[in-house]
Design a protein around this ligand. Structure first.
Ligand SMILES: Cc1cc2nc3c(=O)[nH]c(=O)nc-3n(C[C@H](O)[C@H](O)[C@H](O)COP(=O)(O)OP(=O)(O)OC[C@H]3O[C@@H](n4cnc5c(N)ncnc54)[C@H](O)[C@@H]3O)c2cc1C
Length: 405
């Protein structure tokens, strides 16, 4: 089986597009320092501040900013041409995560929130948002999850009420597990103006606003994500920061969140697959070969990785073509999170339990990949979606202990 760590074609992928292959090679060439940087971020996620000019960190920052806002950047034109697409995101996030997923998550830039901006914002808001991130390396947050309302996101309770003096809006509530919540200078907060799913709104919130507070949550893995708890106590939201006021209620807050989830999940799946592939390559590098019992088990995991990668690339290409199948997306996300965990368990087994003590990189990736189960929705909830897809005949395939079939 071809190894990803030589920068060769991704096994299982249908990347026939020359520009995607060029992007893949480019990511490979600019992520070399990520593994070392990932170790630093595991100790101190803010250490990213000393590495903002690394080509890979810059590519991530500008990836989701439309090109019309870019300054002169040292990115090959064929690579720049595909930035922003879902398929390119899957390629970039996998390659970068193969090196270290923490770098990507700790890096500045509008990241996921950009999809909500595209889906919800008016022209002025869009322009303001992207100009800001093109001008400086700000971090952002995308705050949906609330204590006890993780998977039941549509039941969120953070409130948005008209200010009694008629000047804008007032935000009250709490969010938790939000990436960069205590680090971002600005972000999107999903809140409720009225009961029901169409009463959800998305507001642009500045962290400097009076009444805004946030704290980093202790975490054992994927520390670059800097998951945080956030509180809003009578935070004033100017009218111009409420997104989607020109849209119908069905095309507002929840619609924007869904657009982000659909596009982010293949990306998170790609991150998990990147980590899983890195672990398999690492084990191969320790001398485990095909033919023996260990090698065959490793090959079985590699085959699952290849199958999920193919699924990710297909659904990402479909999303770029305007076709969204939430059930297949759920299958990819759940399958990728599972195979990443399985790869680390197998590695520890094949290399011996002491490997987790003796091999700091393996120990770190073992901790990191467990976060993928919860990012962008917990596994059980995705499995329910796969099941619903099967009932509807969407052809999503099944996700079992052996992965996506
Ligand atoms: C690294 C990381 C980064 C994150 N970044 C963000 C972010 O930027 N913004 C943000 O808003 N959120 C973020 N999250 C939060 C993430 O989206 C939530 O953790 C996720 O939605 C699950 O919510 P929960 O943790 O409250 O778990 P719960 O929803 O409470 O689930 C707990 C357990 O119950 C199971 N479960 C729940 N409902 C069902 C059901 N109906 N049937 C069967 N089983 C069920 C789940 O599978 C899980 O095992 C992040 C999380 C992590 C780990």
């Amino acid at each position: 089986m071809a190894e990803v760590n030589r920068g060769g074609p991704l096994v299982g992928s249908d990347l026939r597009d020359d520009r995607m292959r060029a992007l893949d090679r480019h990511c490979w060439s600019v992520s070399g320092e990520f593994r070392k940087l990932g170790e630093l971020l595991d100790q101190d996620p803010d250490a990213i501040d000393d590495h903002l000019d690394l080509p890979g960190v810059l590519l991530y920052r500008f990836f989701s900013i439309p090109r019309r806002y870019w300054p002169a950047l040292d990115v090959p034109p064929q690579v720049a041409a595909v930035c922003g697409t879902s398929l390119a995101q899957a390629v970039v996030w996998e390659r970068f995560s193969y090196a270290d997923p923490n770098v990507l998550l700790a890096g500045p830039g509008p990241a996921l929130s950009s999809d909500a901006i595209h889906a919800l914002a008016d022209e002025e808001q869009t322009d303001r948002w992207f100009r800001r991130f093109a001008a400086r390396p700000d971090h952002t947050f995308f705050a949906v999850t609330e204590p006890a309302k993780g998977s039941a996101a549509t039941e969120l309770t953070t409130t948005l009420r008209p200010a009694t003096d008629g000047d804008g809006w007032v935000l009250n509530g709490e969010k938790t597990y939000v990436g960069n919540g205590a680090r971002g200078q600005v972000g999107l907060v999903f809140c409720r103006r009225a009961p029901g799913p169409w009463g959800i709104e998305a507001a642009l919130v500045e962290a400097s606003s009076p009444g805004f507070s946030a704290e980093l949550l202790p975490s054992v893995g994927l520390r670059g994500a800097r998951i945080s708890r956030m509180r809003f106590e009578d935070v004033r939201i100017p009218d111009r920061n409420l997104l989607g006021q020109h849209r119908r209620p069905t095309q507002r807050g929840l619609h924007g969140a869904r657009q982000v989830f659909y596009r982010a999940r293949p990306g998170i799946a790609a991150m998990a697959v990147g980590c899983a592939q890195a672990v398999c390559d690492h084990v191969r590098g320790q001398g485990v070969r095909d033919g023996g019992a260990g090698g065959d088990r490793l090959a079985a995991v590699e085959d699952r990785i290849a199958a999920i990668r193919r699924l990710i690339h297909r659904i990402a290409a479909d999303i770029d073509g305007g076709l969204i199948d939430p059930h297949r997306i759920a299958a990819a996300k759940a399958g990728a999170a599972r195979v990443a965990e399985d790869a680390t368990v197998l590695a520890a087994e094949l290399l011996g339990p002491a490997s987790l003590l003796d091999d700091p990189w393996l120990e770190k990736v073992y901790r990191d990949v467990r976060a993928f189960e919860f990012m962008e929705g917990a596994g059980n909830v995705h499995l329910l979606s796969v099941f619903q897809g099967l009932l509807k005949g969407s052809g999503a395939g099944a996700v079992g202990p052996e992965g996506v079939r």
